[in-house]
Design a protein around this ligand. Structure first.
Ligand code: ADE
Length: 239
C-alpha cells in the first residue's frame, strides 16, 4: 500500500512513522509513506495556502489550488486510482469496519488541514471520503490521519505476527475483548480467575466468550444492537 499525506506540518508524522509497528511495516515492504507539504504547490509569490472567507466571518479557509495541484501530482505518479480522504469533524465517524475497507486499497491520499476550514470545492470535487475520528474538535487533521493510518496499516498482510493477530481485536468480532492476565497468579492478594489456571481449554474459551459478551453489554450496549447473537450466546444471556 502507498500512503501519501498532504500536510503543512510533515514533521508531526516522523516519530509515529519511525517507531514500532509502522516502522516494521515499512521495513517489510507492506507500506510506503510519502509526506508532502502542500505549501510547495502554492502558485503565488508568498506561497500562501489560505485566504479570507467569501461573505466575511472569522477564520481562514484553505484555498483549493495548492491541494488540487498536489493531489494531481500524486495521482499522476500512481498506477491505481487513489482513495482521497479529508480529515474533518464533519466527516463520517471512523470505525473498525472502515479500517478494514481501507486496508484493501493500493493507494490512499490523506489531506490534513490545520486551524482553518476547507474550501467547499475540495470536498465536492476532489475527495472520495470525509472522516472524523470522534465527536470532538482537534487543532488539525494530522492526529486524526495518524489514527486512521495506524489502524489501517496494522491490518495489512504480514504486518502483525500471528501472536498479535487482529482477528481477536475488540470491534473486529463486533464485541469487546475479554480480560487478560499474566503472571503472577496472585499479585498483592489480587487473584487471577481459577479457570485460566485450570488448563481446560474448552472452559477457558467459554469463559472468554462470556466475559467478552458481558463486557460489551456493560460498557457498550449499543454494539449489541447490530450484533447477531449465536444460539450459545442467547442461552448464556438467559441463564
Ligand atoms: N480535524 C479536527 N477535528 C477532527 C476530528 N475529530 N476528526 C478528524 N479530523 C479532525
Amino acid at each position: 500500500m502507498k500512503i501519501d499525506v498532504l500536510t503543512l506540518f510533515p514533521t508531526m508524522f516522523t516519530g509515529v512513522f519511525n517507531e514500532s509497528i509502522l516502522k516494521r511495516a515499512q521495513e517489510k515492504g507492506a507500506v510506503t509513506f510519502q509526506l508532502v507539504n502542500f505549501r510547495e504547490f502554492a502558485d503565488n509569490k508568498h506561497q500562501t495556502v489560505d485566504d479570507y472567507p467569501y461573505g466575511g466571518g472569522a477564520g481562514m479557509v484553505l484555498k483549493p489550488q495548492p491541494i488540487f495541484d498536489a493531489v494531481d501530482h500524486l495521482t499522476k505518479q500512481s498506477d491505481h486510482r487513489p482513495r482521497i480522504i479529508l480529515l474533518c469533524p464533519q466527516g463520517e465517524r471512523y470505525t473498525q469496519k472502515k479500517a478494514e475497507e481501507l486496508a484493501k486499497e493500493q493507494h490512499i491520499i490523506f489531506i490534513c488541514g490545520h486551524y482553518e476550514g476547507y474550501d467547499e470545492r475540495i470536498r465536492e470535487h476532489l475527495v472520495t471520503d470525509e472522516i472524523s475520528i470522534g465527536d470532538y474538535v482537534l487543532t488539525g487533521g494530522e492526529l486524526a490521519a495518524m489514527v486512521v493510518i495506524d489502524s489501517v496499516v496494522r491490518l495489512l498482510p504480514g504486518v502483525l505476527g500471528n501472536e498479535h493477530s487482529p482477528v481477536h481485536d475488540s470491534y473486529s468480532s463486533g464485541l469487546l475483548e475479554h480480560p487478560h492476565y499474566t503472571r503472577p497468579a496472585d499479585f498483592r492478594g489480587m487473584k487471577v480467575p481459577d479457570v485460566l489456571l485450570s488448563g481446560n481449554h474448552r472452559l477457558i474459551e467459554e469463559w472468554r466468550q462470556k466475559q467478552s459478551l458481558r463486557r460489551t453489554w456493560l460498557r457498550r450496549p449499543d454494539l449489541l444492537e447490530t450484533y447477531e447473537l449465536t444460539e450459545q450466546q442467547k442461552k448464556w444471556i438467559e441463564q
